[in-house]
Design a protein around this ligand. Structure first.
Ligand code: PGA
Length: 203
């Protein structure tokens, strides 16, 4: 199975539930996004994936792919990742829901056809990396683009907490468009929304 996996607070609790019994040994994992932080910074997505999932698994995934923000040519690096994703596509994509409606680091303003690319972080996203334990600041990142995410054969949107209730309601009810990139999910096939009661409280 080829899966795209996010990091952050929401997936952390899901990973802690599934890791010990999950068999990822025949899976290829594509990390969804990465911040422009130095290698080893605890706020990096590859570090979060290691801490929150890989370190808990009885057996490692067959392959783990990630975007490298230290690459000398970032556009070429994004092109490399896009090709890896295109070759076989994605069977399952897990996504968290950004407080501003972003998916991965496809921030408001992203269109549905956006490729894997370098992005400028919105202020709220740049601020949020403190919560992930980042010891440095950054205003940029790299993300799988909306096009590859929406083409995934199945998508699970994970939403948890009262602070996500408004943006989840907007995701399901607002006009589909770049102001709230998560609304594009309404045009994708096979999307499952997993929300806890607090996050679903406005539905
Ligand atoms: P969170 O982040 O799970 O840490 O709330 C979700 C996101 O920003 O995609």
């Amino acid at each position: 199975m080829r899966m795209c996996l996010p990091t952050g607070a929401t997936p952390r609790s899901v990973y802690s539930l599934i890791a010990r019994s999950g068999d990822f040994s025949r899976s290829t994992v594509f990390l969804l996004d990465e911040f422009g932080l130095p290698p080893g910074d605890p706020g990096r997505c590859d570090e979060m994936l290691r801490r929150d999932l890989l370190a808990l698994l009885p057996a490692p995934p067959a392959t783990v792919e990630r975007l490298n923000p230290q690459s000398e040519d970032l556009d070429q690096e994004c092109g490399r990742y896009e090709m890896l994703l295109a070759h076989g596509g994605l069977d399952l994509t897990l996504l968290g829901l950004g407080g501003n409606g972003h998916l991965g680091l496809n921030e408001p303003g992203s269109d549905a056809h956006s490729p894997t690319r370098v992005v400028a972080l919105s202020e709220s996203t740049a601020d949020s990396i403190d919560e992930y334990g980042a010891t440095a600041e950054t205003d940029w990142g790299m993300t799988v683009g909306m096009a590859r995410l929406l083409a995934s054969r199945e998508i699970w949107l994970l939403v948890s907490g009262r602070h996500k209730a408004e943006v989840l309601a907007g995701t399901l009810n607002d006009a589909v468009g770049p102001d709230l990139p998560a609304t594009y999910l309404r045009e994708a096939a096979n999307v499952v929304v997993w929300a806890d009661e607090s996050a679903a409280s406005l539905l």
